[in-house]
Design a protein around this ligand. Structure first.
Ligand code: ADP
Length: 410
């Protein structure tokens, strides 16, 4: 049942981006005008598997459409969600103007760093990586396959979350495990690459000198990671083989002594599924507080465990910041991004206060505004808030790949 439905503005050829997560599919529509990308609409289906809800908004936030339906049989939720997005695109006549679909794909493995035009071989290669990211890659592939089934002639482009981190020094990529395991692909890949890539592009515009320097970016959202960059390239990053490593997150544990897992397996008989649930869904801010995975709820709570969870979060960010600075030999700029990084001045202030030993200081008024440089003029390292936009990064890549392939639509 569609509750509301209006048309997005008519702006010519469109690129659709899809970001399929475990229980949601985010989408964005960009119109292509003289090689530029203008956001036309964005939205998501959330609650796949529990209480699906479709919402589409115009670029200015105006609600364009909203609908709800009963969850479908397990395993078919993403295809159903995608059909809903497509149904809306048809209803608004946007479908006929879509020239390509760009996907966020969790893992490109050894073979794929740069975005790639999807064909059956690419799909097969990406499916072979499912054991590396069992909770993410299947959703990305479900979206790719659903589009390929319904619209086999529509070009699709895969953009990889691991891509930006490829080519790091071996010491950064390796685990201290037997060499044969490295050869099997057990290494520190890193994620959130599309976000880091977007931030680097923004920094090149905002402060070209800094973009070539030593920079740490803190992507603090529901998932959290930090990366140390030199000359705009990833040198070190906190997420590694999986999206569990590094910083504590909403529901994920962050860095953990593997001995804890051995203990739980031996003493409590926990199996793979139990551990997966514990580490991905029951830990992090939620596990620490016993209250919520959302920092806003914890800040609003008077429970001591809520405050303790926030303390832990801030402490570990500071610890990783120090370690990352060591990998790039100092720091010229610290950048905050994503849900928490962009919207929570308190958290930024606490992280920066703990990092005073690095010479970090912020301007309280600039931090409260939370846009651009938030350190006092001339302060080194400088501190910035730069909103990330993974969807736009995907759209840029998609346009470039489709253009390079000489496809008529581009
Ligand atoms: P996702 O990884 O789903 O894209 P986001 O980057 O949107 O996540 O971040 C979502 C998280 O950001 C929320 O779970 C919440 O903890 C946090 N957040 C958003 N706004 C605020 C705010 N004003 N203050 C504190 N935390 C916030």
């Amino acid at each position: 049942m569609t509750a509301t439905s209006q048309q997005p503005a008519d702006l010519g050829a469109l690129i659709l981006t899809l970001n399929a997560g475990s229980s949601s599919i985010k989408f964005a529509l960009y119109s292509v005008a003289d090689g530029d990308l203008v956001l036309t609409a964005k939205g998501q289906v959330e609650g796949i598997g529990t209480a699906p809800r479709f919402l589409a908004k115009a670029a200015d936030g105006t609600r364009l459409a909203e609908s709800y339906w009963e969850p479908v049989e397990a395993g078919f939720g993403h295809a159903r969600a995608l059909r809903q997005i497509w149904h809306w695109l048809v209803e608004t006549a946007a479908d006929e103007r879509i020239i390509a679909v760009g996907h966020r794909v969790a893992h490109g493995g050894e073979r794929y760093a740069d975005p790639v035009l999807i064909d059956p071989k690419v799909t097969e290669d990406l499916a072979a990586l499912i054991p590396l990211v069992p909770l993410h890659q299947p959703n990305n592939l479900a979206a790719i396959r659903a589009v390929a089934t319904d619209l086999p002639d529509l070009p699709q482009v895969a953009c990889f979350d691991t891509g930006f981190h490829r080519g790091r020094p071996l010491v950064s990529e390796q685990f201290a495990l037997p060499r044969a395991l490295l050869d099997r692909g057990l290494k520190r890949y890193g994620f959130h690459g599309l976000s880091y890539e977007f931030i680097v592009a923004q920094l090149r515009e905002l402060a070209p000198d800094l973009a070539t320097g030593r920079v740490v970016v803190a992507h603090l959202g529901s998932g959290c990671s930090m990366s140390a960059l030199r000359d705009g390239r990833s040198i070190e990053t906190t997420m590694s083989f999986s999206a569990l490593d590094g910083l504590p997150m909403g529901t994920r544990c962050g860095t953990l002594d593997p001995g804890v897992l051995l203990y739980l397996m031996r003493e409590d008989g926990l199996g793979v599924n139990d551990l997966e649930r514990l580490l991905y869904q029951e830990s992090g801010l939620l596990g620490l507080s016993g209250i919520s995975n959302d920092l806003r709820d914890l800040k609003a709570s008077t429970a001591p465990t809520a405050a303790a969870a926030i303390d832990y979060f801030i402490y570990r960010i500071g610890q990783h910041l120090g370690a990352l600075c060591a990998t790039i030999g100092g720091l010229d700029a610290l950048i905050f991004t994503a849900g928490i990084g962009e919207n929570d001045p308190d958290t930024r202030a606490r992280i920066c206060a703990n990092a005073a030993w690095l010479g970090i200081a912020i301007d309280a008024a600039a931090n409260a505004r939370g846009d651009g440089c938030i350190s006092p003029p001339g302060q080194t390292p400088s501190v910035w808030v730069i909103p990330t936009d993974e969807e736009r990064m995907i759209a840029r890549h998609t346009l470039a790949v489709v253009g390079a392939a000489g496809l008529p639509a581009a």
